[in-house]
Design a binder for this molecule. Sequence first.
Ligand SMILES: N[C@@H](CCC(=O)N[C@@H](CS)C(=O)NCC(=O)O)C(=O)O
Length: 205
Amino acid sequence: MSGEIVFYHNPQSRAQMAHWMLHEVGAPFRVVRIDFEKQENKTPEFLAINPMGKLPTLVHDGTVVTETAAIIAYLADAFPQAGLAPPPGDKRRGTYFRWLFFGAGCFEPALLDTMLKRAPVERKGTLGYGSYEDTIGALKTMLAQGPYILGDQFSAADVYVGSEISWAASFKAPGLDAPLFKDYVARITARPAYKRAASADGRTA
Ligand SMILES: N[C@@H](CCC(=O)N[C@@H](CS)C(=O)NCC(=O)O)C(=O)O
């Protein structure tokens, strides 16, 4: 797919995940660095692009895409030659969407509520994620069939969910020190595209 990709980025943010995906698909992109301390994400110009004032934000040929999982899934579809999403009609797309949405809709809110000590455990039936422990259990069961979310095939779902697991493990979120999670994170972060993104962000991969 043609058209300029503009990537609004700050390496100390979830934008790291989208950055990795941009390197996976191999499309050229222009980086606009956003300084949070200078509140560059709250300027009228930036808010006109993303009214949430958040990163990552991507503009592809005039189309704005926000939300990390959406950006990652969008890039996988926009650049199918990278082979990072099962095509429409392929049943594996069900598994692919299942875990992408689980990452954004269950694991991340459960993780943040737990880390911020505000998980209302008595509302387990109402909360979409049930409990943090349930989300960890579900991820464990899924990864036990690995090595990737789609079995033998690495996909954009691993970029997103794997980044979340790696991020959560880096601040010692409970339940993620099991070898299964450590091995998975080691496997996906060994990818050349991950290392290129990390190096461009000034991190040692
Ligand atoms: N739901 C969004 C969350 C994005 C988000 O919260 N980004 C943070 C950085 S990790 C941000 O831009 N914070 C700056 C602010 O809100 O002022 C996503 O998944 O992309």
